[in-house]
Write a protein that binds this ligand. Structure first.
Ligand code: FES
Ligand code: FES
Length: 184
C-alpha cells in the first residue's frame, strides 16, 4: 500500500511568474491546489472546482486556463502566470507585500471600482490580461463575451467592462508613441 502511495506522488517543476519553482503532489492534484497548497500562491482562488466560475483562472504558457480543470502534472515544464505576477516590485523597494506597483489592469479595476470582495478578481484579471493581448482593441460586446466565462456575485459587470475598455484604449493610445520612440 505504501509503495502504491509513493508511486502516485510526483514532482512538478514550473516557471511561476518568472521564477523556477517545484514541488511534490499527488498525480490527481489540480493545478489550482498545487499552486495554493504546495507553492503558497494563494492569489489563485478556488470557487466551484468544476470549470464554471472562473475564479481559478491562470495563464499557462500565455493562455488563460481554469486551474481547477487542469492537473498539476499536465503543467510540468510550463510557464504559469498568476495574479501575484501582475504587480511589479517597486524599483529599489525592499521585497514586501506592500512594496509593489499595480499593473495598468489592476489600477483600472481600482479606479473604476471593479471589485468588492475580490474573490473573482484574480481570475478575471488573468483572463483580461490574456484577452487584451489577443484583442488589443475590443468592443464592449467582445469584453462582455470574454467576461461571460466568469461569475462575480457582488460587483456586477458594468464597472469591470469599463475598466477593461479603459486599459485597452490607454494601451492603444500609447502604442503609436512607443512605436515612434523605437524608430527615433
Ligand atoms: S474554481 Fe475553477 S472554474 Fe470555478
Ligand atoms: S468582487 Fe466579489 S465576487 Fe466579484
Amino acid at each position: 500500500m505504501k509503495a502504491l502511495e509513493q508511486r502516485s506522488r510526483t514532482t512538478i517543476s514550473i516557471q511561476l511568474n518568472g521564477q523556477a519553482r517545484s514541488g511534490g503532489c499527488d498525480n490527481r492534484t489540480s493545478l489550482a491546489d498545487f499552486l495554493r497548497h504546495e507553492l503558497g500562491a494563494t492569489g489563485t482562488h478556488v470557487g466551484c472546482e468544476h470549470g464554471v466560475c472562473g475564479a481559478c483562472t491562470v495563464r499557462v504558457d500565455g493562455s488563460a486556463v481554469r486551474a481547477c480543470m487542469m492537473l498539476a502534472a499536465q503543467a510540468e515544464g510550463s510557464r504559469i502566470d498568476t495574479v501575484e505576477g501582475l504587480a511589479q516590485a517597486a524599483a529599489g523597494a525592499p521585497s514586501s507585500a506592500t512594496a509593489v506597483v499595480l499593473d495598468d489592469l489592476q489600477q483600472a479595476f481600482k479606479r473604476h471600482h471593479a471589485l468588492q470582495c475580490g474573490f473573482c478578481t484574480a481570475g478575471i484579471l488573468m483572463s483580461c490580461s490574456d484577452f487584451l493581448q489577443r484583442r488589443p482593441d475590443p468592443s464592449e460586446t467582445d469584453v462582455r463575451e470574454m467576461l461571460s466565462g466568469h461569475l462575480c456575485r457582488c460587483t456586477g459587470y458594468t464597472n469591470i467592462v469599463m475598466a477593461v475598455l479603459d486599459v485597452a484604449s490607454s494601451r492603444q493610445a500609447q502604442a503609436p508613441a512607443e512605436h515612434e520612440d523605437n524608430h527615433a
